[in-house]
Design a protein around this ligand. Structure first.
Ligand code: HOZ
Length: 454
């Protein structure tokens, strides 16, 4: 019988951040609850899934976050992905400052938009033309509209546990906060809209074949996270992505690869490069904006030219291609392009060391844990595993994950506050951070085991 991480209730001996030392954060949370539902502007930040009050961040540098009480934490969520070069990376800061001196927004075209687009296209051969928007949600929503217009079909296939932002049709059996809070689908989404989305188990080509058979010539798009990050990290099975590409091509269905999390992270050219696949449309976000709000949807010219003002599909945005966001994106992407040969091997080595190091501590302590990792994104699932789809991820002991999260936080290690969110690291993480994280995990597992019967 496997062991489960034992009850953790608060302070552990080696902790250097105690709950009592977060008094200012507590006060700020109470104030925030007055203004924002749950005190937050995005649900997972409320820490409801792991318990305890969220620290309020005051500043960050490199791999480290500093909270409102002056406590420091090693950051393993990196603003949920964008901060691949670490916080306040000097070339990015300088680029934003330079751009801001010329005004924060024009609502008119600038050269910077094509400068960043040129870099995106160079890294993503599947993208012939693109549009910048301000979030991943906007990107996927627009890609779906384009797919429906191009095919004249209505049904969308997505996969359980994948999260593509919070547009109505994409919240069905979604990951991220929807999975975190066990919401089957969002209230406020009309049944008629939800019925146009088929949510299928990930990593199973046969169910996609069956869906095509059951809905002949009716499926406009298949959209997926090529490596799931929003149900925790779940890699694609060998041949799965290529199989989806072949099926969608056969059926005249638009294949949308949502690389908002994986883009520029699992490789410079994202999962498309890593797994050697093509797509009709690709969505990007996070890293492409260098920490500022940017989304991208792009792909085959014949699809993109359906957009207004060339074609009949409408999409627009006052802050699309915002000059500060373009400047931060150019600084980030150009750094990655010029230093890819060092950046990606370093991310791989550091991520492997910390992810496997913590997993080894768990094994030593008799704690049952499954590690899934692709490059610098990973998840420690509190289940014997394997975890190849959302159903298996959902078998994790989320209460144990919550105890682990609190124990780590109290030792200065800030993990994503949900079992169903991937951890990320940056080029600023090094040996010292890795060792401190492994030591903290040992402390957490030992306390869980010595303090409580299992
Ligand atoms: N849904 C986001 C991560 N998958 C969370 C965004 C946030 O809370 O900032």
């Amino acid at each position: 019988m496997h062991k489960v991480f034992g009850l953790y209730t608060g302070t552990i001996m080696s902790a250097h951040v105690s709950t009592a030392a977060r008094t200012r954060s507590h006060a700020l949370q109470q104030r925030a609850e007055h203004f924002f539902p749950g005190g937050v502007n995005s649900p997972v930040r409320a820490f409801r899934a792991v318990g305890g009050a969220p620290p309020f961040v005051e500043r960050a540098q490199g791999a480290w976050l500093t909270d409102a009480d002056g406590n420091r934490y090693i950051d393993y969520f990196g603003s949920w992905g964008p901060m691949i070069l670490g916080h306040a990376f000097p070339p990015v800061v300088e680029a934003i400052q330079r751009a801001a001196r010329d005004s924060a927004s024009f609502g008119a075209s600038t050269a910077g938009e094509a400068d960043l687009a040129e870099r995106v296209v160079a890294c993503y051969p599947a993208i012939e033309k693109l549009r910048f928007v301000s979030s991943g949600t906007e990107a996927t929503m627009s890609a779906i509209r384009l797919a429906r217009a191009a095919t004249g079909r209505k049904i969308i296939v997505k996969f359980e546990g994948c999260y593509h932002g919070h547009a109505d049709g994409l919240l069905v059996k979604a990951g991220s906060g929807v999975a975190t809070f066990g919401i089957p689908g969002s209230a406020g989404v009309p049944e008629e809209v939800a019925h146009l989305t088929l949510a299928l188990p990930y990593n199973d080509l046969s169910v996609v074949e069956s869906a095509f058979a059951a809905h002949p010539k009716a499926i406009a798009a298949v959209i997926l996270e090529p490596v799931v990050g929003n149900a925790g990290c779940i890699p694609p099975a060998p041949g799965y992505l290529a199989g989806l590409r072949a099926l969608t091509a056969r059926e005249g269905t638009v294949f949308i690869v949502d690389e908002v999390m994986t883009g520029f992270r699992v490789a410079l050219g994202g999962a498309l490069e890593l797994y050697g696949i093509d797509a009709d449309l690709v969505t990007l976000g996070k890293i492409v904006g260098g920490g500022l709000p940017v989304g991208v949807f792009g792909g085959k010219r014949v699809l993109m030219d359906l957009l207004a003002p060339l074609g009949p599909v409408y999409q627009a945005g006052t802050l699309s291609g915002n000059p500060l966001a373009m400047a931060a994106g150019i600084a980030t992407v150009s750094y990655l392009q010029h230093n890819a040969a060092q950046v990606y091997p370093r991310l791989e080595a550091t991520a492997r060391a910390v992810a496997e190091g913590v997993a080894a501590e768990a094994a030593r302590a008799g704690v049952s844990l499954t590690l899934n990792r692709v490059g610098s994104m990973w998840t420690w699932f509190f289940t014997p595993g394997p975890v190849t789809n959302y159903d298996q991820a959902a078998r994790s002991d989320t209460a144990a994950f919550g105890r682990f999260h609190r124990a780590m936080l109290d030792q200065g290690v800030w993990l994503p506050p949900s079992q169903f969110e991937a951890a990320f690291l940056s080029t600023a993480h090094g040996d010292a951070e890795v060792q401190a994280t492994i030591d903290a995990a040992r402390g957490a597992f030992e306390t869980g085991i010595t303090g409580y019967s299992l």
